[in-house]
Design a protein around this ligand. Structure first.
Ligand SMILES: *Cc1c(COP(=O)(O)O)cnc(C)c1O
Length: 367
């Protein structure tokens, strides 16, 4: 092996000549055009994105966090409302709920899939509950069918956090099209990433799409006409150009991730390590390959001895974060707390070579 192993290596993607040629050409055109915001690249990206994932509308914005905020606002969720979500996710999921003035309510997770346990959701529903926000964590869909049923029964909105799940499916249906809104992030480390910040929202409802387009642009579509207090949350043309080029190869990138995951599944044989659990009929796109180990600190020391990088997603349940202390949560969600202590993610990215996967697996087997 020539190079040091990284947890992910973003620069390697740009070595793909077809990709870099297309991006370079589009950048040049954009810079010469003088149209940098809400131009033809953004329109084209939105059209393609909706088409590929089988949704009616796609509205781009500044980040995955904003995609969540705009969706909550589009269905008028705010002060006094409650939204049920997972405590085992990136901070931004619950942060978006709090930022619109609502209160995040947390349901414990399924310790095998790391996703929200739908069986824990119904008892949390109150008169204040307005939505459920499942996260398709690490690239595997949450159990959407029972969640959809609950939303129908209690008249709640279903807002999917798809930041880690571009291309993931249940049977033949893509995440992002199973609820009322599908919120994606284009942060560079996601399965479909741009060269900065970006996000997009899928919806099949024309009224929502229209409101989202206004909200991302200071609450209006026409100059000097503002219907809502909105946001400056537009995706720029350069990021849209990167994404148009990447949409052509993203399925291959996902297939590479899946190949790497199956190689790890085959090669890691250490009984002290619990490998990721994939549900039948779920198409998992492995934004992370997350394993469980009893004595994580000892395992980390072992990895560090051999310079194997790792990530801890996530070490602290969201309800224990200092930023949420104002809500005075009294949760003790056993599965979430145990998984926060046991989870550890090992390198996975589309360009990770087989010999590196073998090397990492061997080191893990030696533990
Ligand atoms: C990355 C991420 C976000 C936030 O996306 P940004 O584009 O960084 O704002 C939200 N939720 C989850 C689960 C994420 O992984």
């Amino acid at each position: 092996m020539t190079k040091k192993i990284k947890i992910f290596d973003l620069s390697e993607q740009y070595n793909n000549k077809n990709l870099s040629d297309e991006i370079d050409k589009r950048f040049k055109d954009i810079l010469h055009s003088g149209q940098y915001i809400l131009g033809k690249n953004v329109k084209k990206l939105e059209k393609k994105f909706a088409l590929i994932l089988n949704a009616k509308y796609a509205v781009s914005c500044n980040s995955g966090t904003d995609a969540l905020i705009l969706s909550l606002r589009a269905c008028s969720i705010g002060s006094g409302d409650e939204v049920i979500t997972s405590p085992f996710t990136y901070f931004a999921t619950a942060e978006a709920i709090a930022l619109v003035g609502a209160k995040p309510i947390f349901a414990d997770i399924n310790p095998h899939t790391f996703n929200i346990n739908y069986k824990k959701v119904e008892s949390l529903i109150t008169k204040k509950t307005k939505a459920i926000m499942p996260v398709h964590i690490f690239g595997q869909a949450a159990e959407m069918i029972p969640l959809k049923k609950l939303c129908r029964k209690y008249n709640l909105k279903l807002i999917e956090d798809c930041a880690q799940s571009f291309g993931a499916k249940i049977d033949k249906t893509y995440t992002g099209t199973l609820g009322d809104f599908g919120c994606f992030s284009f942060f560079p480390t996601k399965n479909l990433g741009c060269a900065g910040d970006g996000g997009i929202i899928l919806t099949n409802n024309s009224r929502y799409a229209n409101t989202l387009m206004k909200l991302r642009n200071h609450g209006g579509l026409t100059r000097n006409i503002h219907e809502y207090i909105g946001y400056n949350s537009r995706l720029d043309e350069l990021q849209a150009a990167v994404l148009i080029a990447k949409l052509k190869i993203v399925n291959q990138l996902n297939r590479n991730r899946i190949k790497i995951a199956s190689l790890y599944n085959k090669l890691i044989t250490n009984k002290k390590i619990i490998k990721p659990y994939k549900k039948n009929n779920y198409f998992h796109v492995y934004n992370q390959y997350t394993i469980k180990v009893e004595n994580r600190l000892k395992f980390i020391n072992h990895l560090e001895k051999f310079s194997i990088p790792y990530g801890i997603y996530y070490p602290i349940p969201i309800y224990k974060q200092k930023a949420f202390s104002g809500f005075r949560y009294k949760y003790k969600l056993n599965n979430t707390e145990r998984i926060c202590k046991q989870c550890i993610s090992i390198p996975i990215y589309p360009e990770l070579s087989n010999d590196k996967v073998e090397y990492i697996s061997n080191i893990i087997n030696k533990y």
